[in-house]
Write a protein that binds this ligand. Structure first.
Ligand code: ZN
Length: 567
């Protein structure tokens, strides 16, 4: 089970001596390692269909290959092919398999995606943050089956009796605070060809910062590495030969997704990897939607991008009778529909979902003034689509007295663009743009507090998290100022007038952000809070439709310059 260490010189000499003695029949034979094949998928996010993926490829003109990758029929076909080589391969998930999904899956409470994974023979998955989007009770329903749901318009609408995921979710570090016990099993031991492999699951310890407070109600999270390390003696006592950590947390590297032993991995998973017990043989990661096969010290850390673009195929050579993995091979396989046969049953499932969804999704909503309205940020961090969403939320919050809307970029999931031949955007495109269905919340902050919250945007210079802001609000920030005070003091304006430090301003935003999501903790201190009873998606539907009907369709191909960057 320990990672391979360089063989000491003395041991090398001893091996030579043993080889010389190999003819002697009384000597016990060194057991031959057996292969255990593992296929991992992470962050599928309910993507039933192939969807855009691009990656650097020096073989193609321009150096970037673009294709529609993934889709359940292709993923199923890949697994069929891999199982022809090894019928005992273990398909596992690393979380966010559902949640944050396109409407095709989201409108059925992700039940078609879970049906597809069940068909693929998924053995187990670590829980991700998005599995908790709709709270503990709804997650447990998705796991165990049934129709008692906080979203009765979606649950059990695809099939009358939803039977459950059919595979267990794991988390070593998630506590049900109502019972004081773990919400889920911490690990599962699979036996393949006489060797035992333990899969230990964990979710990012900061899960509360990426799930709404409502979603996290009744749950507590502990450190990923500590929670996994604590289990090692228990696993050893059960004769486990290999340990695979499956952690819904990730990192990023500039290196290609299929480069073996990449060395430049950065991000939150690195700290987890460094603190894991050396008994852990491989770390399957997730959450950051990156593809990599990196080494952190001696430990292999993998991830398979997102949305079904890649499958990570690991082959562990495990020595029977020992806590030892002799070697590990890892590849990230591109789910290119042109390269694999389609799984017919999954192709039929996809067609059924499409046919039943399209009646709703293709309903036109209204015209837009530009296409695409892109998710691309300018140098200041402002996006054309961010401007539009903030304006829609402000319009939705006007009745509640809102003056300024803020939108987190993590909640913006696509561009908004007309397809060829389309004159109006449809319901499905808007639901893809904002799939989370959070209600809008209004509350008051002072001008001083708003400046403080904006100064929370630079957690680290590399991953600034710039809030999108509504029409009439503007400010400047300076890249040469310290990370915790980049906003130029006194630069905040509302409709041309400076914000008063002690003045009260009414804000509106989605419930996730209002609960302090994405580390904007200061929003939690808002006063006079009210749930406006309208979802972010509905606010956008109403805004687009109303503006189109007034002959003023909204949207721009460039950002509006509400946020100005100095230096
Ligand atoms: Zn995640």
């Amino acid at each position: 089970m320990s990672r391979l260490r360089p063989m000491p010189r003395l041991l090398g000499a001893l091996t030579l001596a043993l080889v010389a003695l190999a003819g002697c029949s009384s000597l016990p034979r060194e057991p031959q390692p057996v292969a255990v094949n593992i296929v991992a998928i992470n962050d599928l996010h309910g993507y039933l269909q192939a969807n855009p993926f691009s990656y650097k490829d020096p073989q193609v003109p321009g150096g970037v290959r673009k294709l529609a990758a993934g889709g359940i029929a292709t993923l199923g076909g890949m697994l069929t092919q891999l199982r022809q080589q090894d019928p005992q391969l273990l398909l596992i998930g690393a979380g966010d398999l559902v949640g944050g999904s396109p409407p095709l899956s989201a409108m059925w409470a992700d039940e078609p995606t879970l049906e597809a994974l069940r068909h693929m023979g998924m053995k187990l998955s670590a829980i991700g943050n998005h599995e908790l989007d709709n709270g503990k009770a709804e997650f447990l329903r998705q796991l165990n089956g049934g129709c008692q749901s906080p979203r009765p318009d979606k649950a059990c609408q695809f099939r009358p009796n939803y039977p459950g995921s059919g595979f267990p979710y794991l988390a070593a570090n998630l506590l049900d605070s109502d019972t004081g016990r773990p919400l889920l099993p911490a690990y599962r031991i699979e036996e393949v060809r006489g060797v035992k492999v333990a899969f230990v699951g964990a979710v990012l310890r900061d899960v509360a910062s990426v799930v709404s407070a409502k979603g996290m109600r009744g749950l507590q999270v502990a450190d990923e590495a500590d929670s996994i390390n604590r289990l090692i003696p228990e696993l050893n006592a059960q004769g486990v030969n290999a340990i695979v950590a499956v952690v819904h947390q990730g990192g990023a590297t500039p290196e290609p997704f299929d480069k073996p032993d990449c060395s430049q991995l950065g991000g939150d998973i690195v700290d987890v990897a460094k603190r894991l017990d050396p008994a852990v043989d491989v770390l399957i990661s997730a959450h950051s939607h990156q593809g990599y096969l990196c080494k952190v010290g001696p430990l292999l850390v993998t991830q398979g991008n997102a949305y079904g673009h890649l499958l990570t195929h690991l082959t562990l050579q495990v020595t029977p009778g020992q806590h030892r993995v002799a070697s590990i091979q890892a590849v990230n396989l591109l789910a290119d529909p042109a390269r694999y046969p389609q799984d017919q049953a999954l192709a039929r499932l996809q067609q059924e979902v499409e046919a039943r969804s399209n009646q709703v999704l293709l309903k036109p909503v209204g015209a837009i003034a530009a296409s695409p309205i892109a998710r691309r940020a300018d140098a200041a961090g402002e996006m054309p689509i961010g401007d539009l969403i903030a304006d829609a939320h402000l319009a939705g919050g006007r009745a509640g007295g809102a003056q300024i809307a803020f939108m987190n970029t993590g909640g913006i999931r696509s561009d908004l663009a007309l397809e060829p031949g389309q004159t109006q955007v449809n319901y499905g495109q808007l639901a893809t743009l904002q799939p989370f269905n959070n209600n809008l919340i209004a509350f008051d902050l002072t001008g001083r507090q708003i400046e403080q919250v904006l100064n929370q945007q630079w957690k680290g210079a590399e991953d600034a998290n710039i809030l999108q802001v509504s029409r009439g609000f503007s400010y400047r920030w300076d890249a040469q100022r310290p990370l915790d005070s980049r906003v130029v003091p006194g630069s905040l304006r509302l409709n041309g007038k400076p914000l008063q430090a002690d003045g009260n301003y009414r804000l509106v935003m989605n419930g996730f952000l209002a609960d302090g999501g994405d580390r904007f903790s200061l929003f939690k201190s808002g006063r006079n809070r009210s749930d406006l009873g309208v979802s972010d998606l509905d606010a956008m539907l109403q805004y687009l439709k109303a503006m189109d009907q007034q002959g003023q369709p909204v949207g721009s191909s460039t950002s509006a310059g509400r946020i100005q960057r100095l230096n």
